[in-house]
Design a protein. Structure first.
Length: 370
C-alpha cells in the first residue's frame, strides 16, 4: 500500500468515481433534512424502491415492509443473515474460492466453516453437488454461495440454482445467495440484463436470503449501503439485530440509493460496456501466456487465471509486486480451491491494464526460464 507507481489490480472495486447524479441526490437529501434516525429496517421509501426494482428487473414481488432490511453495506447484510442463522457449534457450507468475509463471519459466530471448492471442468467452474452431500452433518444450518462470483466471475446456471435450492430444501437448511454483482453480467440476451435472482425460483416461504449492495453496480463502495431480502421471520429478527449493530444505514445515503435504483441504468450500461472491453483485453493477453488457464467469466469484474506449477500464490504475488509493481491478489486468500491461481480485477483503465498484462507476461516468461 505504501509503494509508489503500483498498477493496482488487487482491489475489488471500480476506480470510477460515484456518478454525479448520486452525489447530487445525497446533497439534496441532506438539504431536505434527511439527517435523522430512520427505522432499523431502513426508510420505507428506500425499501419500496428496492421492491420496485426487483419487480421491474426480476419480476419478483416483495413486501417492502416485511421482507427487506436496508443495511450499512453488503457485508453487514451478510453479517446479519449469518448471525440470525447460526448458533455456536453449528456448521455452514461455503462454496469457494470466494470472498473470505463470509467464512470469517461464520467463524466469528463460533460456528464451523466447511468449504466446498468449485471444480474447474473444461471451460467453466461448476458446483460439486456430490461434495455438498458428503459435507452435510446434523449440525449443518446454512449454505452460502456467490453468483456472480468474486473471484471467479462464475455465474450459476439455471440448473445449478435449482440444484442448490433443492439441496437446501431437502436438508432443511438456509440458502444464502450473495448477488452483489448481479448487474455486472455479460452473457444475458442484452448487456444490462441482470443475472436471474434465486428469488425467481424460491417461494416467499423458502429459507432463502439474498445479500445485496449498491457498491459494485453504482460505484458506491465508500457509501456503505446494502440490503438483505429474506423470509418475514428472518427479516423481523435481522431488523431487531440491526439496532445493536448500526441502528440503521445512513439516512441521506439511503435517499441517494433510491436515486441510483431509479436513474442509474444509462450510467450502468456505459460502465458495463467498458468492463466487457477490459475483460476481453485481459483475456487476449492471458491467452498468449504459457502455462495459464483462465475460463471466460460471465459476470463480476474479475479473472482468476490458474498458473501451471504454482504452489504458493502469496509468494508469487509478493514477488510480482516487488519486481514489477503489478499488484494482484493471491488465490489462496479466497479459500479452498484458490491456491495455484491469482485474482485480477479488471475494473481499471486500459492504460493500467495493458502495461500490467505486459509485465505479468514477462514475469511468467522469466519464471518458466528459471
Amino acid at each position: 500500500m505504501s509503494m509508489d507507481g503500483v498498477l493496482r489490480l488487487y482491489f475489488g472495486e471500480s476506480n470510477l468515481p460515484t456518478p454525479d447524479y448520486i452525489k447530487q441526490a445525497a446533497m439534496r437529501a441532506m438539504q431536505e433534512g434527511f439527517t435523522f434516525y430512520t427505522e432499523n429496517a431502513g426508510l420505507p421509501s428506500t425499501r419500496r424502491a428496492i421492491a420496485d426494482y426487483y419487480n421491474r428487473l426480476q419480476s419478483v414481488s416483495l413486501d417492502p415492509a416485511r421482507e427487506i432490511v436496508v443495511t450499512a453495506s453488503g457485508v453487514q447484510a451478510l453479517n446479519l443473515g449469518i448471525r440470525c442463522t447460526l448458533d455456536p457449534g453449528d456448521e455452514a457450507l461455503v462454496l469457494t474460492p470466494a470472498w473470505p468475509n463470509g467464512s470469517s463471519i461464520v467463524t466469528m459466530s463460533n460456528a464451523v466453516v466447511r468449504q466446498i471448492p468449485h471444480p474447474l471442468c473444461g471451460s467453466r467452474y461448476r458446483v460439486d453437488f456430490d461434495a455438498l452431500e458428503a459435507a452435510v452433518t446434523p449440525r449443518t444450518r446454512m449454505l452460502l454461495y456467490t453468483s456472480p462470483s468474486n473471484p471467479l466471475g462464475w455465474v450459476a446456471t439455471d440448473e445449478e440454482q435449482q440444484g442448490l435450492l433443492d439441496f437446501a430444501r431437502r436438508h432443511g437448511i438456509w440458502l444464502i445467495a450473495d448477488e452483489v454483482y448481479d448487474r455486472l453480467y455479460y452473457s444475458g440476451a442484452r448487456l444490462g440484463e441482470p443475472v436471474p435472482s434465486i428469488l425467481c425460483k424460491a417461494t416467499r416461504d423458502d429459507a432463502v436470503m439474498v445479500v445485496h449492495s449498491f457498491s459494485k453496480s453504482y460505484c458506491m463502495t465508500g457509501w456503505r449501503l446494502g440490503f438483505l431480502i429474506s423470509r418475514r421471520d428472518l427479516v423481523a429478527k435481522a431488523t431487531q439485530l440491526n439496532e445493536f449493530v448500526v441502528s440503521h444505514a445512513p439516512t441521506f445515503t439511503q435517499k441517494a440509493g433510491e436515486t441510483a435504483l431509479a436513474e442509474g441504468e444509462d450510467e450502468l450500461l456505459r460502465m458495463l460496456e467498458r468492463l466487457k472491453e477490459n475483460r476481453d483485453l485481459c483475456l487476449r493477453a492471458l491467452s498468449g501466456m504459457n502455462g495459464i488457464t483462465v475460463p471466460t467469466p460471465d459476470g463480476a469484474f474479475y479473472l482468476f487465471p490458474r498458473i501451471e506449477g504454482l504452489r504458493d500464490s502469496f509468494r508469487f504475488c509478493k514477488r510480482l509486486l516487488e519486481e514489477t509493481k503489478v499488484g494482484l491478489a493471491p488465490g489462496v486468500a479466497f479459500g479452498a480451491g484458490g491456491e495455484g491461481s491469482v485474482r485480477i480485477c479488471y475494473a481499471a483503465e486500459q492504460s493500467i491494464l495493458e502495461p500490467a498484462m505486459e509485465r505479468l507476461g514477462k514475469f511468467l516468461q522469466k519464471e518458466s526460464a528459471c
